[in-house]
Design a protein around this ligand. Structure first.
Ligand code: ATP
Ligand code: MG
Length: 389
């Protein structure tokens, strides 16, 4: 018997004239993410994407992966049957025997998208319900809270039978909302920021600042593993690694220690921006959350932001740490994030950073330090590695 994955569009279904573009992007992303699992063919009809596997595909793996691709509100793994009540009932009794055997109560729910089908939905429910009770006499019908729901959907070319939808990833397809550069540390917040912006369709590249020998190779590899962990959600991604040591040493030597972190963050934005301009990316993304640490007070953010002439998206800005942690656990980045490797942010970081920095003083200290050449050099020497799913 043939199975299929049905993905019900979420927000895409509400798009107007360019809905087709969103659907194409969604199917393209699905095809790419499922490539390692097997061959699939895709088509889309009435806000439903049909994802048909070739023979021998592991459907558990396929459903798991498809549930991470942004663009659908719900998905299910369904049995494909002919549009004939005899076939539908035969296939249901055979395919769902295990579930029905284990259950104590059940109900049948039917939907008829094709109104030419000769039986009406309530009739399908009654007749199929009877046949199920005959074959599995231990069962009783419970329409309110059944152990198993047998859903029958009569659509254009086939009937589809399944035991219910599960949540899909939501959002809109990656690649439909422009390109952004995520400042990715090894911490908990920035991977969550990547996930959240990808959910809104942004194509994500990642940039990481490393300060060897103060930060180790293993710290950098940890960040690459975070990228890999994100790929089911964000797709293949460009990973830029910036040699940041010289700038940090210059900052240590040339600026007042209480302004070190702010000016360092401004340097980060400036370098990231240079690479965005070269590569045609339109926005920066960080994992900052207002008030979380000294560099993320409102005053510090004002001073940092002044260094950017492109928008800086901070999707975690209004979230508590516990909310961010919850997402990072769900998307699987948490366990890597908490591995205890050093980040460049903690190298030379002052004991008493200014929580209320004054922009004029920051700009004056930065000017005096003369970091432009070092910024240019760091951007030039940035390494690129493509991280694939
Ligand atoms: P995270 O959990 O994302 O590391 P955090 O709470 O530790 O965040 P900070 O260390 O102040 O906060 O960093 C704030 C943001 O700055 C990060 O979310 C990230 O976007 C960026 N950032 C910090 N360190 C780096 C780095 N080494 N490379 C790239 N971006 C960084
Ligand atoms: Mg950090």
């Amino acid at each position: 018997m043939k199975e299929i994955i049905l993905l019900k569009e979420g927000e895409i279904a509400l798009k107007g004239l360019n809905k087709r573009n969103f659907e194409d992007a969604f199917m393209r992303n699905l095809r790419h993410r499922l490539k390692g699992i097997g061959e699939f063919s895709f088509h889309c009809d009435q806000s439903m994407v049909y994802c048909e596997p070739a023979d021998g595909v592991d459907m558990d793996d396929a459903v798991e992966m498809a549930s991470k691709v942004f663009g659908a509100a719900a998905l299910c793994r369904a049995l494909v049957s002919e549009k004939d009540f005899g076939c539908i009932s035969r296939d249901t009794l055979e395919h769902f025997a295990k579930e029905l055997d284990r259950a104590r109560t059940f109900k049948v729910a039917a939907k008829r998208a094709d109104k030419n089908f000769p039986m009406k939905s309530p009739d399908i429910c009654i007749e199929l319900g009877h046949l199920i009770l005959e074959r599995f006499p231990h069962l009783t019908v419970d329409v309110k809270k059944p152990d198993v729901v047998i859903n029958v959907e009569i659509r254009e070319t086939n009937a589809y039978i399944h035991t219910g939808n599960r949540h899909a990833a939501g959002g809109i397809p990656v690649g439909t909302s422009g390109k952004g550069m995520l400042l990715l540390s090894g911490g908990i917040d920035s991977p969550v920021a990547a996930y959240m912006m990808a959910k809104r369709g942004v194509d994500i590249s990642c940039i990481h600042f490393a300060s060897p020998p103060y930060t180790s190779d293993r710290a950098r590899l940890k960040v690459e593993r975070l990228c890999e962990k994100l790929t089911p959600y964000i797709g293949d991604t460009a990973f830029y690694c910036v040699p940041f040591t010289k700038i940090q040493e210059a900052l240590r030597d040339r600026v007042p220690s209480e302004l070190f972190t702010i000016i360092m963050r401004r340097c980060m934005l400036k370098i990231a921006q240079k690479i965005c301009e070269k590569k045609g990316l339109q926005a920066l993304i960080t994992g900052e959350s207002v008030g979380q640490v000294a560099s993320q007070t409102m005053g510090a953010i004002v001073c940092t932001d002044e260094a950017a002439h492109m928008p800086v998206f901070r999707p975690c800005i209004g979230m508590d740490k516990t909310e961010i942690v919850e997402i990072s656990q769900r998307i699987g980045t948490f366990d890597i994030s908490i591995e205890p490797y050093e980040d460049c942010c903690t190298v030379f970081s002052p004991k008493h950073p200014k929580t209320r920095p004054v922009l004029k003083e920051v700009l004056a200290a930065e000017e005096k330090g003369g970091f432009d050449e070092l910024i240019e050099e760091a951007a030039e020497n940035t390494e690129l590695k493509v991280i694939k799913l």
